[in-house]
Design a protein around this ligand. Structure first.
Ligand SMILES: O=C(O)C(=O)C[C@H](O)[C@H](O)COP(=O)(O)O
Length: 216
């Protein structure tokens, strides 16, 4: 990942993971998050609406740092680059996808959960890694222990999977962490019911916690 993007995600500290079913939800959703102080998103490629939702956000809410998640195929790497993705992540660590992202100049954080995953990603030149699924694989305790042999490489991690307002602090206080992410801020059901107010409030809650941790 470029130093500029790393700095941006470090400052943001939170990435809202989104599953968008209808393109018409994209812009109000992005605005609701922004209103609550969350300006970085991971739009998952799990619905047919995702790419068009991204296009709408890029056009109407350009303040958003727009990443993609669930990037599983080479064609998807090409598609998100075409839309102008700021970054992308995948649940797993597929060297073919990492190589394509590099060919396309796309900032990419593959998912890792084991030392073997870390070594595959490092060999491919990745230094920011998505720790997934973070909570069920042991949270910070697992990550600290697993990443110890690689400390000299200066790796940084984005925990995803089971993160919440309650456990966010345990991750964000560690220097190993760039940002955390999760669906809890804008759950699929909240988006489907167009509950923008709750989404803004959820965003505000995590922003307040982050501001405390960052001493702002
Ligand atoms: O598909 C991807 O590339 C992902 O990044 C996976 C998401 O981070 C998790 O699905 C978030 O899970 P929860 O916050 O626990 O609901």
């Amino acid at each position: 990942m470029s130093p500029k993007l790393i700095q941006k995600l470090d400052d943001a500290a939170i990435i809202a993971v989104l599953i968008v079913d209808e393109v018409k939800h994209a812009v109000p959703l992005a605005k609701a998050l922004l209103k609550g102080g969350v300006d970085s998103i991971e739009l998952t490629l799990r619905t047919p609406a995702a790419l068009d939702a991204a296009k709408a956000i890029k056009k109407e809410v350009p303040e958003i740092t727009l990443g993609f998640g669930t990037v599983l195929t080479i064609d998807q790497v090409k598609a998100v680059v075409e839309v102008g993705a700021d970054f992308a992540v995948s649940p797993g660590c597929n060297p073919k996808i990492i190589a394509e992202a590099r060919r396309q100049g796309l900032d990419f954080a593959p998912g890792i959960m084991t030392p073997t995953d870390i070594e595959i990603a490092v060999e491919q030149g990745c230094r920011i890694l998505k720790f997934f699924p973070a909570q069920t694989s042991g949270g910070m305790k697992h990550l600290e222990s697993m990443s110890a042999p690689y400390n000299h490489l200066g790796l940084k991690f984005i925990p995803l999977g089971g993160c919440s307002l309650e456990n966010a602090g345990s991750y964000l206080q560690s220097p190993l962490i760039t940002a955390i992410g999760g669906t809890w801020i804008a759950k699929r059901s909240l988006i489907q019911s167009e509950d923008w107010e709750t989404i803004t409030n959820n965003a505000k809650e995590i922003r307040t916690l982050i501001n405390q941790i960052q001493g702002k």
